[in-house]
Design a protein around this ligand. Sequence first.
Ligand code: SF4
Length: 424
Amino acid sequence: MSANLQLDDVACPFCGLLCDDLRVAVAQDELTVVANGCPISTPAFASLAPNGPATPRVAGRAATLREAATAAAAILRQARQPLFAGLGTDVGGMRQALELADRCGAVLDHMNAESTLRNLLALQDEGLIATTLSEARNRADLMLIVGTDVVSRYPRFFERVVWNPETLFGLNGAKREVVYLGEVVNTAPGVAPDGRLPWVVSCAPSRLGELIGALRCVLADRPMDARGAGGVPMDTVKALADKLRRARYGVAVWTSADFSFPHAELVVQSLCELIKELNRETRFCGLPLAGNDGDVTANEVHVWQTGFPFRTSLGRGYPEYDPYHHCAARLLARGEADALVWISSYSDRRPPPPTDVPTVVLGRRGLELPREPEVFIPVATPGVDHAAHLFRADKAVVVRLGQLRESPLPSVAQALAAIEEAYS
Ligand code: SF4
């Protein structure tokens, strides 16, 4: 498989869109995107050239997988409060992580939990009328992009979902309208194929809540004694409300990772309420984008196995969800966790946090490390070194990603299974 060849219709694991149309050239172990790449996927595939040793290490010395697994199991056996964090893995890896965490009573938290929770907290409180990438692509006549340019994190979003010429129900995708809300940097992808410019309503991210609240007021015909909201004049707020109300199928798109200001979950909550308000008069849905570093996948597996999202403890023999107390950074800072298992199989730039507690790292070959961990097991990258399943950003589809090259490395699931066997 690793001889020189060219693979078509490759699914890409490097953001939640999981584009499945890449053409990738494989020369020995090096991977080059030759068609349908993007500013994230092209360098990401190129960076997968083997770098760093392929053998596990215990206390910095080369070891076999069995020796590393035995050392990791000994750390977990001695720990009173183990912590499984990072969790950058696929469905199989996350299932195995939950199985081992259940055995040793660990807390689980994902490296992207901070941003994921902005959506989860709002969802748990208010619910969301959500749509999928396919529905948006086939039905949306208006895209309301809130607090993000989208493309910095999901570079092919406009190409694949907004300006696609083909739709299933006769909608002309090229005729959609795009409205940006916020301080967005790159609005060029929002220019329609016929040259129409997007409408950009400028508003500081921390004031988006004000603006959305005013839109809700206007839509509900409640009196508002104000000249503007969130720095946006009232005439513009009214015109915007009118545009949203006239959409036949509007879609509000946001990426909670870009809502990095205090209490951002309240903005998401307000957005969810705006969408409900709009559904009194028309059809409008939310499309929160996520799925990088396997965050959507890890959470979906976590929910179906335990009934709760991550930041859950399995320490008492049953799941206890607590988004505050079970935050990995907090547990480590307060000395409440005494062992860390860090999983990062996609990027070599998502290292474990600096900590003195005994640490087991299941990481990509060449992963940047703040210090030599007690145990390091280099693991395969899902969808590259082994076949894998990942949830797409909209959680509606699980995509199967193929194996692109031979690899001597174990998958996260295999490495964790070896630790569990040694733990028994
Ligand atoms: S947009 Fe995302 S899934 Fe698509 S090629 Fe780029 S990184 Fe990969």
